[in-house]
Design a protein. Structure first.
Length: 221
């Protein structure tokens, strides 16, 4: 069976004995705006990307829950570059390959399969950014929250008898940060409405989605 692009990248890094680092839950790998000499590739664990807005609020961009490059959003020749966002560890631990930026781009420029990975990476990130903007601008608060909950299915969803378990604890503050909602109380009201309508239930602090079609209807409206 042919390897996926990311599987090929991971094997390539292993073959070149690229070192790894391990970080604990709720520590930061990088900070928005600080200079960084390395490119990081998530090997295992869960991370959250975010930026800090001018008013001091945190705006969440994405969860990454499977192997992937953390950021390629800068030029390929500088030895260091300002980081585009904060990266915080959300699982108990996360492990990263740590490779100097110039070395990483040297790998890419001399390997067609890695070039294909980078091309697909940029295409995927552009698509994700467009989706996030649509979710926030077109759907209103309730629609944005429903769209975010739906997006968790692909990341953390597990089929159970009661519906689809989101096997990861997502706080109301994080939901607000992902959906551009200014107050936690707005998230509380929307989640209560979804619980009352039996769209979701919450068990052991985790969401269980019982009516996926309801979420999709809210996204489409």
């Amino acid at each position: 069976m042919a390897l996926t692009d990311i599987e090929y990248l991971i094997n390539y890094l292993e073959d070149h004995q690229v070192p790894t680092i391990k970080k604990k839950r709720h520590t930061y790998l990088t900070y928005h705006g600080l200079s960084e000499h390395y490119t990081y590739v998530l090997k295992d664990g869960i991370i959250k990307n975010s930026i800090i807005l001018k008013d001091g609020r945190e705006f969440n961009l994405s969860y990454i829950a499977k192997p992937d490059v953390i950021s390629l959003l800068r030029d390929e020749v500088s030895r260091s570059t300002d980081q585009p966002f904060n990266v915080r560890i959300e699982s108990d631990y996360a492990t990263f390959y740590q490779v100097k930026r110039v070395t990483f781009w040297d790998y890419v420029n001399h390997n067609p399969k890695l070039q294909n990975y980078v091309k697909n990476y940029y295409r995927k990130k552009l698509s994700e950014n467009i989706f996030r903007l649509q979710r926030m601008v077109m759907n209103g608060k309730k629609g944005a929250i429903c769209a975010f909950i739906y997006s968790l299915i692909d990341l953390f969803g597990k089929k159970i008898n009661d519906g689809i378990l989101i096997d990861f604890i997502v706080t109301n503050d994080d939901i607000a940060g992902f959906c551009g909602v200014s107050s936690r109380s707005s998230v509380n009201r929307t989640l209560k409405e979804l619980r009352d309508a039996r769209v979701i239930i919450i068990k052991n602090h985790k969401l269980i989605i019982k009516d996926v079609n309801y979420l999709l209807d809210q996204i489409a409206n």
